[in-house]
Design a protein around this ligand. Structure first.
Ligand SMILES: CC(=O)SCCNC(=O)CCNC(=O)[C@H](O)C(C)(C)COP(=O)(O)OP(=O)(O)OC[C@H]1O[C@@H](n2cnc3c(N)ncnc32)[C@H](O)[C@@H]1OP(=O)(O)O
Ligand SMILES: CC(C)C(=O)C(=O)O
Ligand SMILES: [Mg+2]
Length: 550
């Protein structure tokens, strides 16, 4: 029998937590944020950041509002060590920002780590060691007692070394690395053993950070693990419970959100989900998700394109055009029904109201994205998008039936040309179809006399370049003009509006005209004089009828 490869992968066995409480929780406050862009993000780059790039990204993280920033693994390299020294010696850390650094539980590495922090005002020393069964066996050739002792030894050494530097306000953090793959009761045992060494108090808490070092299961099972720890950890009121979800299954954001419901008060991650393998949880998405639910995240992403540009420059990794909130295309609709709904949504959205524009979870203006890119036209688009662009870019408010008529013109064009049709191209198509259509008849001038509700009109046209005079009378200029033309014309629809204001204002007129028994077609006229615009619109419709051989 064929043995399928999936048999290689035993299913994750979730913790039994039938009385879980997290599904009923609603997140109403943001977590404490820790950016590990300069550590977890950095260690996963093809080319780790230079000091200059780290400094640039550090400045951005401060500007966004991060108050805890993991800046290095100081014992890893001279660059990392020097970067920490530079920040401290140059007094580059704002008073409300705390540096964090990571160390393995190894004597020489811990000593070097504490050395790097000499003179810091406040610092988080972050100790980690892997504790899951496979790591105990494969990496450490050890057992539960062995990895627990490693954690305790590291904690003791950190306590002793930091005690010699009382001028720094020390915050201790412990991560049972590979927590997501560990037996919960053993993770609890190790965390409790470490906190017993550090003796945190409610006034001077330590951080217990529970990483999904590798994301192994659905987010709800991670939330169960977090809630279980939250309920059982010793000295709970003296702990800040933190999570560090990785994104191996693509659900780190959901895992972090559910973990917060389950008791996590702090989240570690990276902008745009940088970090090992598929990355850490994306803090920008997480924060903007809160924002879109009416919760102020405490991080400022209002200049989202600049954030993206700096991160791309520092990491040399591109952000996907569909990345939540920040991608180039995320506030853009090409498809017709989406454009239609967005256009209607904008028309009904008023200042001060709750945001309800369909298909746009947030107002693009909140992240300094203009509305111009919201609707873009290609072969998947409909009349809504086409008319929206013409209105936004050229002030042309097409009546509904003209929208339908013109969108067929655009459809034919985009089917042939392929690709996107931008506003300028749409306007060229529109002009060629309606505005520049001056054969056989072109408007030259007119004179109008109104008396007793009747309009008398003298019009000069050009026919094949030659002047051609007409006279007619009616109950308005269009009626008089139709009479002057002496053709079996019926005006089916008429709309007009101003484009612009003041001295530069022009009028746009739209006329739907039937010639004999033919179907109605539209004509459009634009002129600084409203009657001239109307006459041009009639001629545009007539010329189009005649061109169609009617
Ligand atoms: C999930 C995470 O992201 S954890 C952070 C990972 N980040 C990094 O590793 C980036 C920085 N690291 C480095 O630059 C290097 O690994 C260094 C400088 C820290 C150490 O380098 P080396 O001394 O050459 O050791 P190496 O990286 O090969 O480490 C493996 C050894 O450390 C042990 N080890 C691994 N993690 C830990 C830990 N947290 N605590 C104690 N020992 C550990 C391993 O068991 C192994 O021991 P062995 O040599 O006795 O078999
Ligand atoms: C060091 C720890 C927190 C880590 O990066 C992980 O487990 O992913
Ligand atoms: Mg990590």
């Amino acid at each position: 029998m064929l043995r399928q490869p999936q048999h290689k992968y035993p299913a994750f066995v979730p913790l039994a937590l039938p009385d879980r409480q997290w599904p009923n929780q609603i997140t109403r406050t943001p977590p404490v944020w820790l950016s590990t862009d300069l550590r977890d993000g950095n260690q996963a780059l093809i080319e780790p950041m230079s000091a200059a790039r780290k400094r640039q990204l550090f400045a951005l993280l401060v500007e966004i509002g991060f108050k805890e920033i993991e800046v290095a693994f100081p014992s890893a390299s001279q660059t990392d060590f020097d970067f920490v020294r530079q920040l401290i010696e140059q007094d580059a850390v704002p008073a409300d920002v705390t540096l964090s650094v990571l160390t393995q539980s190894r004597e020489d590495l811990i000593a070097r780590t504490i050395q790097a922090l000499h003179g810091a005002r406040r610092a988080i020393v972050h100790l980690y060691n892997p504790i899951a069964p496979a790591f105990r066996r494969i990496v450490f050739n050890s057992d539960r007692a062995g990895v627990k002792a490693l954690a305790v030894r590291g904690a003791e050494q950190i306590r002793a070394l930091t005690a010699r530097c009382p001028d720094t306000e020390w915050v201790f953090e412990y991560s049972p690395e590979t927590f997501s793959a560990c037996e919960p009761e053993f993770a609890l045992e190790v965390c409790d053993a470490v906190s017993a060494v550090w003796q945190p108090t409610p006034q001077h808490k330590m951080i217990i950070n529970l990483p999904a070092t590798v994301e192994l299961s659905t987010p709800n099972t991670y939330a169960d693990q977090i809630e279980w720890m939250h309920r059982h950890l010793a000295r709970r009121d003296s702990l800040m419970l933190s999570v560090h979800p990785h994104n191996d299954r693509g659900t780190a954001v959901a895992a972090a959100e559910l973990a917060m419901m389950a008791g996590a008060e702090r989240v570690e991650g990276c902008l745009f989900g940088n970090g090992e393998r598929t990355g850490n949880v994306d803090l920008l998405t997480l924060a903007m998700n809160l924002y879109s639910q009416g919760v102020a995240p405490g991080l400022d992403f209002s200049d989202i394109d600049r954030v993206r540009a700096v991160v791309e420059d520092c990491t040399q990794l591109p952000v996907h055009p569909r990345h939540p909130y920040a991608g180039d295309l995320v506030y853009t609709a090409f498809s017709g029904s989406h454009q239609d709904a967005i256009k209607k949504g904008f028309a009904q959205q008023h200042a001060g109201q709750a945001w309800t524009v369909p298909y746009l979870p947030i107002d693009p203006a909140d992240v300094r994205r203009g509305y111009d890119a919201v609707i873009r036209v290609n072969s998947q688009s409909g009349k809504g998008g086409v008319s929206y662009l013409l209105q936004q870019a050229y002030g042309l408010a097409l009546p509904r039936r003209l929208q339908i008529e013109f969108s067929r013109v655009v459809q034919t064009y985009s089917d042939t040309a392929g690709g996107e049709v931008d506003a300028a191209a749409l306007h060229r198509l529109f002009s060629a179809e309606y505005l520049d259509i001056d054969t056989p008849y072109a408007y030259a001038s007119h004179q109008q006399h109104d008396n007793d509700g009747r309009t008398r009109l003298s019009v000069t046209l050009r026919r094949q370049g030659e002047p051609y005079a007409l006279h007619g009378e009616g109950n308005g200029p269009i009626d008089a003009f139709v009479a002057a033309l002496g053709l079996p014309l019926t005006v089916l629809d008429y709309h007009e509006h101003a484009i612009g204001a003041g001295a530069d204002a022009r009028a746009a007129c739209y006329v739907e005209l039937r010639l004999g028994e033919s179907a109605g077609v539209f004509g459009v006229g634009v002129d600084s004089h409203i009657v001239a615009a109307a006459l041009k619109a009639v001629l545009s419709a007539l010329n189009r009828q005649l061109r169609a051989g009617r």
